[in-house]
Design a protein around this ligand. Structure first.
Ligand SMILES: [Zn+2]
Ligand SMILES: [Zn+2]
Length: 171
């Protein structure tokens, strides 16, 4: 078997691999961000609050750390999920975007980045709360998804910055 084109040998994660310019945003495109610099460590959290906030079984987050975070379109709406923690999300489409201790450094949801494949989490938190079947989901039978089919008109913002959004349709 040949290696897929462009896929290099896996190298150990170093600080440098999370340095650069990263963009992302919510599903509808009302909120977009840009981070420049070196991101912190990525973490998958299994706690019940992160499950709820993600509407999922765990929440992958990465700390902005010393990098500069700028909201380039809109801003997240905040929900105080506990006395000291706020979580940001898009008020229009609901995409979870941030997690932040009061006065602390924000963390961004890895799935909201344009290229989440670049941001492999390094650790997990609250592993004792892991949903039992989380460990076996990747062993399940794969059923073909048709969501990428050309005939489906999507309203999802593309995985790159746009000048204007929603796009003006000239059809
Ligand atoms: Zn949105
Ligand atoms: Zn959590």
């Amino acid at each position: 078997m040949t290696r897929p084109a462009g896929r290099k040998r896996q190298r150990p994660m170093s600080e440098g691999t999370r340095t650069g310019v990263f963009t992302g945003g919510c599903q509808c495109g009302a909120v977009r961000f840009r981070v420049e610099g070196t991101l912190g460590r990525g973490c998958v959290c299994h706690c019940r609050m992160c499950q709820k906030a993600a509407g999922n079984i765990f929440l992958p987050l990465i700390s902005v750390q010393q990098a500069q975070l700028r909201w380039t379109r809109g801003e997240p709406k905040m929900f105080r999920s506990s006395e000291t923690i706020q979580r940001g999300f898009c008020a229009d489409c609901g995409t979870p975007l941030t997690y932040q201790h009061d006065g602390g450094i924000p963390e961004l949801t890895i799935g909201s980045f344009d290229h989440p494949e670049q941001l492999e989490p390094q650790v997990q938190a609250n592993a004792e709360r892991t949903i039992p079947w989380a460990a076996t989901i990747f062993e399940k039978r794969n059923v073909t998804q048709t969501l990428d089919a050309a005939w489906i008109k999507t309203y999802q913002h593309p995985d790159h910055d746009t000048e204007t959004w929603p796009q003006e349709t000239s059809e």
